[in-house]
Design a protein around this ligand. Sequence first.
Ligand SMILES: C[S@@+](CC[C@H](N)C(=O)[O-])C[C@H]1O[C@@H](n2cnc3c(N)ncnc32)[C@H](O)[C@@H]1O
Length: 270
Amino acid sequence: MNPNQALWEKGDFTRIAASMRESGEALVRALGITSGLKVLDLGCGDGTTALPAARLGADVLGVDIASNLVEAGNNRARAEGLANCRFQQGDATNLSELPDGAFDLVISIFGAMFAPRPFDVAKEMVRVTRPGGRIVMGNWIPNDPTLVAQILKISAAYSPPPPDGFISPMTWGVESNVIERFTGAGVPKDQISFARHSYTFDFPAAPSALVAEFRRYYGPTMNAFEAAEKNGRAAELEKELDALFERQNQSTRKDQTSIPATYLRITLTV
Ligand SMILES: C[S@@+](CC[C@H](N)C(=O)[O-])C[C@H]1O[C@@H](n2cnc3c(N)ncnc32)[C@H](O)[C@@H]1O
């Protein structure tokens, strides 16, 4: 099986996505979505941004490599009666099942950044966007002091080194890399803009319980714990993550966690 697919099917990202719904809705509200707009949500998970876009009247296709998340997305859309929102399996590095110029707006929020071969990903995103259409990407930023970059940094210290030639997903959070990838796909540099925004993880229990969710359900953290267990370092990893989540938590209630994380939002016109 494609290792990327195996990583995301290993856990159950719906459990983490449940803490990200409000920020997903806020982001989508800021995109000026109008009725009938054709939207592709790439690396859509179970629809944190796809469903809000469909609620605003867009005609939404969610594409994700993980079959469990595609099924979860379709179930959520069905439960809400959103006939204008469907999900299918696909790989951001090769969207050959989708025609050129099919979408007015392509969004990928912490999605396509996790695919390998970033130049292929940029090319495919541009290819399926109609001329004059938009691409909006949200990417975590390497070495950023906020939550997700720190989780990935801590986890990496407990994991075996990646295979030769591996390109870190976090390189999508560096403006020069993004420019190189999208200009390589034919988009002029002056049509690419950057802004920093915040996404908040809201969880109805203490920060250590959110760490436990990541340990049980988030593929990259599951892998870090598996590697740490082999070296007898799982308790150390847990302690580091507990301290991180505790430090970043902004909720004043003991039974509530609220952690904002900074990301790079990229907007480009094709
Ligand atoms: C961190 S989750 C984000 C999901 C969703 N965008 C959200 O905001 O909740 C990353 C998603 O990217 C998907 N993904 C990873 N590699 C992919 C690829 N090559 N093609 C399509 N989706 C991919 C994963 O399956 C997962 O659903």
